[in-house]
Design a protein around this ligand. Structure first.
Ligand code: ZN
Length: 430
């Protein structure tokens, strides 16, 4: 056990708390993408002090990028003293909306009973801070090492990562010639290694009708009733079939160890008026109804079959309703990904978890996607995991927090992993 490295992390407890608080106090809400430049500059200044070379990368032309809301990313690289492999920690800098129900200041970063509260503490500024402290501690006790360390703070993970990791991957930042190991400190708990995620297929279904006066609905054709028939058919045939499809992927929570579909939104008829509008609706038969579906699929499933199931539902309804007309449009697709347990980054982090926590890790797969998809598909780098502090269930909720002890333990695991991967001759540290 490299005691010196462990002690170095423990000595940095106050620094870890302060760093996490600083990051939480920069409100990087997405949408719209607030303060990305500010947080990237903060990270750049911090990492420069430890000898990192900084690249600031704006994702020009990415969805959401504008002069008002530029999609900034920061990539910091610290070269070792000899050739070797590069370990990259990637964290997203954006956080989701605050929502209701908070009893603490969402951007205050209050430290209460060993927990730091605020939007993004758990998902995932706590993980970002832990990775920085791990790298700083490693550099302090390991003046010579081979290879390189990279730390990136990237935009827009919460909205698909196109202005963040996807953009960087397209520019070659995750090519296997540059980076060999990627750890994404998403909040999957300090004793779990997340190997990947299920697939996603989002689509919008629109049913068509005909507008008429609402007092004589027989003169029109109600698109909302057509959509009702679609929902009825989904309940009858689709949802029971999805529940039968089980996976070998170790997805947590266990309820997600099967195919699922969420009806994300549904709207038909007159637009919803802004809050405060006091007028009454006018009587119309809706000529359009739109539904957005969010289908999550398994490594055992094929995207073509996933689409075909939805077409089957629509065709069944069409066979029963003579006037039924519809369109379907894909919104996004993400294929499932799962890193092999024998991959070097998995083995290394597993061993470090054993050293720090005295137990074997639990291997899990995320029910939702995260930026690993871009690293795998665009970057062509499959030696990638998510590992970081925090309880996933707290993400996006009111009074989100991260426990300082969990950040410390994760930082120890990350630092030991760096030692293992970048000090091949196994220098003695104590
Ligand atoms: Zn996240």
């Amino acid at each position: 056990m490299p005691d010196k490295l462990i002690a170095e992390i423990e000595n940095r407890r106050d620094a870890l708390i302060a760093l996490t608080q600083d990051l939480v106090r920069i409100p990087t809400l997405n949408p719209p993408g607030d303060n990305y430049l500010e947080i990237c500059e903060y990270l750049a200044n911090r990492l420069k002090k430890s000898g990192f070379q900084i690249e600031m990368v704006r994702a020009h032309g990415a969805p959401g990028d504008s002069d008002t809301y530029p999609r900034w990313n920061v990539v910091a690289r610290r070269e070792g003293n000899s050739l070797g492999e590069c370990v990259h920690f990637n964290s997203h800098i954006d956080v989701v909306e605050v929502g209701r129900g908070w009893t603490t200041d969402p951007f205050g970063g209050a430290l209460i009973d060993g927990k730091i509260y605020g939007r993004g503490t758990c998902d995932m500024k706590g993980g970002l801070a832990a990775s920085i402290i791990a790298a700083e501690a490693f550099l302090a006790v390991t003046p010579t090492f081979s290879g390189a360390i990279e730390i990136s703070g990237t935009a827009d993970e919460e909205s698909g990562g196109f202005g963040g990791v996807a953009y960087l991957a397209e520019k070659g930042f995750f090519s296997p010639s540059r980076v060999q190991h990627v750890i994404i400190p998403e909040p999957l708990n300090k004793d779990q290694i997340c190997l990947g995620h299920r697939g996603v297929w989002w689509a919008e279904i629109e049913t068509h009708g005909e507008i008429a006066h609402g007092s004589m609905p027989f003169l029109g054709d109600c698109a909302v009733r057509h959509m009702g028939a679609v929902m009825h058919e989904m309940e009858r045939s689709l949802f029971p079939a999805l529940a039968q499809k089980r996976t070998e992927m170790p997805v947590v929570p266990e309820g997600a160890r099967q195919s699922t579909m969420n009806i994300n939104s549904i709207h038909g008829g007159e637009p919803v008026q802004p809050e405060g509008y006091t007028g009454l609706p006018s009587p119309c038969v809706p000529d359009s109804c739109k539904m957005v579906i969010d289908r999550r699929f398994l490594i055992e499933e094929n995207i073509d079959d996933v689409q075909q199931e939805i077409h089957q539902v629509l065709q069944t309804v069409q066979s029963q309703r003579p006037d039924f007309r519809y369109d379907i449009r894909e919104i996004q697709r993400v294929l499932p990904t799962m890193t092999d347990k024998s991959a070097p980054v998995v083995q290394t982090v597993a061993q470090a978890i054993g050293q720090v926590l005295g137990r074997d890790p639990r291997y899990v797969v995320s029910p939702g996607t995260y930026d690993q998809k871009h690293i795998d598909r665009i970057g062509r780098l499959s030696n990638c995991i998510a590992y970081g502090p925090g309880i996933l269930d707290l993400a996006h909720k009111p009074d989100e927090y991260v426990a300082v002890d969990d950040m410390i333990d994760s930082a120890k695991v990350m630092a030991l992993a760096l030692h293992q991967l970048l000090c091949p001759t196994a220098q003695t540290l104590d």
